[in-house]
Design a protein around this ligand. Structure first.
Ligand SMILES: [Ca+2]
Length: 367
């Protein structure tokens, strides 16, 4: 008798424990980070870190694309960052090495006709090296390996595994997403939403990158055809962090010093490798990450329809937008565009997340 009661107790306790574990898993917000993951530190790695550091999230994987740097070195920087924070369980999945149509050679010819472009990512002459070479790796070489799958198929597999549950965070050119959509037309509608840093409308700034070309933004510009495919796809929701709001943020030595006081692996990684370059150190991708984690820091937003100029003239790769009144008849999608933010709240969350202990897989979620 006593034994059977004990067995019932064990059975009930097991069910309760399993229910807790399942509900904890369900509480977490599933996200795949697609990123042109240059490094170490910098906007690309910091944006990835912020999403991993939050106890709200379950990062299903990091898919990588050429953009700020070449694919091969970006994969190496990401693997090494995950080693340093002890999260090698997160798969790093290599994607596209080249944009769909744009080439370096044609871009150089375009610049001769229409003027030079300030930031060309991996193709920028002062940082250029061959595609499969690693640039400087001050943080050391990784010993872990990337996933044995390509980004597009990984993205497709995940939205089928968890239909309508996965947020696609895009911090780079949209090549991998365009490939996923081209292979599986259901991809966009099976995701929960698309959140991306990109586009430029009318930024209020004296930054020479934007004063004469306010509609040119690197992520959309580097692979215009991919962005065109992605922005026309049937997403349930699209949220955009454009240059216009990015330029209201700054990485400063004061912020780096605050993070350095943290004794956690993430804080030490930023403290060791974050550097300021020139006069403008916007927190581009980081804002897209933190605003997704806490939408209340966005104090103003607007709805626009968005696409990219894919004609091969002077406006090739520029952001196109419309309102409800003047949008074209074709299937353009509405985009929630962030306009203004509470900067103090943003900087506080930024420091809090980067100095926090790194959550381990299976830890309970927290909103
Ligand atoms: Ca990026």
């Amino acid at each position: 008798m006593k034994l059977s009661r004990f067995l019932v107790f064990i059975a009930v306790a097991t069910v309760v424990l399993m229910t807790c574990l399942v509900s904890q898993g369900q509480d977490k917000r599933k996200v795949i980070i697609d990123q042109d993951a240059a490094g170490p530190a910098g906007t690309d790695q910091q944006a990835i870190l912020l999403l991993i550091q939050s106890r709200q999230t379950e990062v299903l994987g990091i898919t990588v694309v050429t953009g700020d740097a070449w694919l091969t070195e970006e994969v190496a920087h990401t693997l090494r960052m995950l080693e340093l924070i002890g999260r090698t369980d997160i798969p790093v999945v290599p994607g596209a090495e080249y944009p769909l149509v744009r080439t370096k050679e044609e871009t150089e010819q375009w610049e001769q006709r229409y003027g030079s472009v300030g930031w060309l990512g991996a193709w920028t002459p002062r940082v250029y090296h061959a595609p499969r070479e690693l640039g400087a790796m001050p943080e050391g070489l990784p010993t872990t390996k990337p996933a044995d799958e390509d980004a597009a198929h990984f993205l497709i597999r995940m939205v089928h595994n968890y239909p309508h549950e996965v947020t696609i965070y895009e911090g780079g050119p949209m090549t991998n997403l365009a490939l996923a959509i081209s292979i599986d037309p259901e991809f966009a509608s099976l995701a929960m939403e698309l959140v991306f840093m990109g586009a430029s409308l009318s930024p209020q700034t004296d930054d020479p990158e934007f004063t004469n070309t306010p509609r040119r933004e690197f992520n959309l510009w580097f692979d215009p055809e991919a962005a065109h495919i992605v922005l026309r796809a049937p997403w349930k929701k699209i949220i955009c962090t454009p240059v216009d709001i990015s330029v209201k943020t700054r990485m400063t030595n004061e912020l780096i010093d605050k993070i350095k006081t943290g004794n956690t692996p993430s804080a030490q990684y930023i403290g060791k490798y974050a550097r300021l370059h020139g006069s403008y150190n916007y927190l581009w991708d980081e804002l897209a990450s933190v605003a997704w984690l806490d939408p209340s820091l966005i104090t103003k937003k607007e709805n626009l329809y968005m696409d990219v100029n894919v004609s091969r003239g002077p406006g090739y790769g520029d952001t196109l937008t419309w309102s409800d009144q003047d949008k074209p008849k074709g299937k353009v999608q509405p985009v929630e565009v962030q306009v203004d933010l509470d900067t103090d709240k943003f900087y506080k969350l930024f420091v809090d997340l980067l100095t926090a202990p790194t959550p381990q897989p299976g830890m309970p979620g927290k909103r």
